[in-house]
Ligand binder design. Structure first.
Ligand code: NAP
Length: 343
């Protein structure tokens, strides 16, 4: 492989620090040369850990620095679009954590810039596509062995949310993963969507809806039902079952070990299985593969992972879900025509 790809990271929070560790310690062909964050001290702290450059809060300066060949964006959701546009202005490679933006219009601007450059420059952090469970489900669905998919039943449950979380972020920040993975699993596009308010959990008295149920119908009438809990009070629990004509495929639980025991032997009698609380652990292998594949594709000069188009489609469906809340109607998912670059 050619020289290591020299990466700069914007945002040294939970996943920024994790990707920094991942790239430096486990991803061949790449290294992190610089970090930055809205709060200079956060960047300084991460930089000191690995002996790399800190640009403090000068994220724009880091993007422009000649040593930085590619930028990983792990700052908060509302900042993604502006940083991606700045990275593209420098014609540098970009890995942007999900969501690409919080609305479809912003994503159109990003695609327009890529089209102007004439090349896909951005990969979006839809890492579930690299999870072995989802990949095997897709393989079985595509084999046709169990017939055509009819329904998807999915759940995305998070333990809790930080301050400032709003009902619409249940779509833009949380269900955005399902919006991507369901169309990827099926190889079908959305026709219309509806967000339904259901009985509220006692954990949700914090100014946002919890749970919400999101319904999507594809152009071939596959029906998708996603339960989104953003404060479930027990764990990080991701579920997905695809019901086909002659069978079903289901995402495996991350821990396969089920313990059965007597009450006098253990304080956990009956049948027990550990439940994870940390998304970093749940999808650790997928994040590792995702980053390795992105770096490999940058070296090859041709990005192969989830593109700006995929980030855009998820946002179009997300915009419609948020607009449908309270209407009791399915709203259409209308995308622009897919540019040749993304076909
Ligand atoms: P986090 O812990 O809050 O980290 C975000 C960091 O960005 C914080 O250090 C924050 O500083 C900083 N920041 C805020 N505004 C900024 C700005 N204008 N410029 C530069 N930095 C800024 O959040 P996180 O959990 O790491 O999530 C970061 C991003 O990754 C989010 O977009 C999230 O959706 C995404 N994510 C994706 C996955 C996945 O499964 N693919 C998982 C987790 C997160 P302050 O603390 O001072 O605000």
């Amino acid at each position: 492989m050619a020289q290591d790809l020299k990466i700069g990271i914007i945002g040294c929070g939970a996943i920024g620090k994790d990707h920094c560790r991942r790239i430096i310690q486990t991803v061949p062909g790449a290294t992190v040369v610089a970090v930055s964050d809205y709060v200079a001290a956060a960047a300084d702290e991460t930089a000191a850990l690995y002996g790399i450059r800190s640009f403090g809060n000068d994220c724009d300066g880091m993007i422009k620095d000649p040593e930085v060949e590619a930028v990983v964006i792990t700052s908060i959701d509302p900042t993604h679009h502006d940083y991606v546009m700045k990275v593209l202005a420098e014609k540098k490679w970009c890995f942007c954590e999900k969501p690409l933006s919080q609305n479809a219009k912003d994503c159109e601007e990003i695609m327009a810039k890529e089209l102007e450059i004439g090349k896909k420059m951005v990969q979006v952090g839809f890492m579930r596509r690299y999870d072995r469970g989802y990949a095997e489900m897709k393989r079985i669905i595509e084999s046709g062995e169990i017939g055509r998919p009819i329904l998807i039943k999915a759940a995305h449950r998070n333990v809790s949310q930080g301050p400032g979380f709003k009902t619409e972020n249940g779509v833009t920040n949380v269900a955005i993963h399902e919006l991507d993975i369901c169309r990827w699993l099926l190889g079908e596009e959305y026709k219309d969507v509806q967000c339904v308010r259901v009985r509220q959990s006692a954990n949700s008295n914090k100014g946002y809806d919890n749970p919400q149920v999101m319904l999507m119908r594809t152009q071939n009438d596959c029906f998708i039902d996603v339960e989104v809990q953003v404060a479930d009070g027990y764990g990080y629990d991701i579920q997905c079952e695809v019901v086909c004509e002659n069978g079903t495929v289901k995402l495996p639980d991350p821990y396969a070990v089920v313990r059965r025991s007597r009450p006098d032997v253990t304080k956990d009698p009956g049948e027990t299985m550990p439940i994870m609380t940390d998304w970093k652990e749940r999808f650790i292998e997928a994040y590792d593969i995702e980053m390795c594949e992105w770096v490999k594709s940058v070296h090859a000069g041709q990005l192969t992972g989830p593109s700006s188009w995929d980030g855009y489609v998820a946002c179009v469906a997300g915009d419609a879900l948020n607009a449908s809340r309270g209407t009791s109607e399915f709203l259409p998912v209308k995308t622009i025509e897919k540019p040749e670059l993304y076909k």
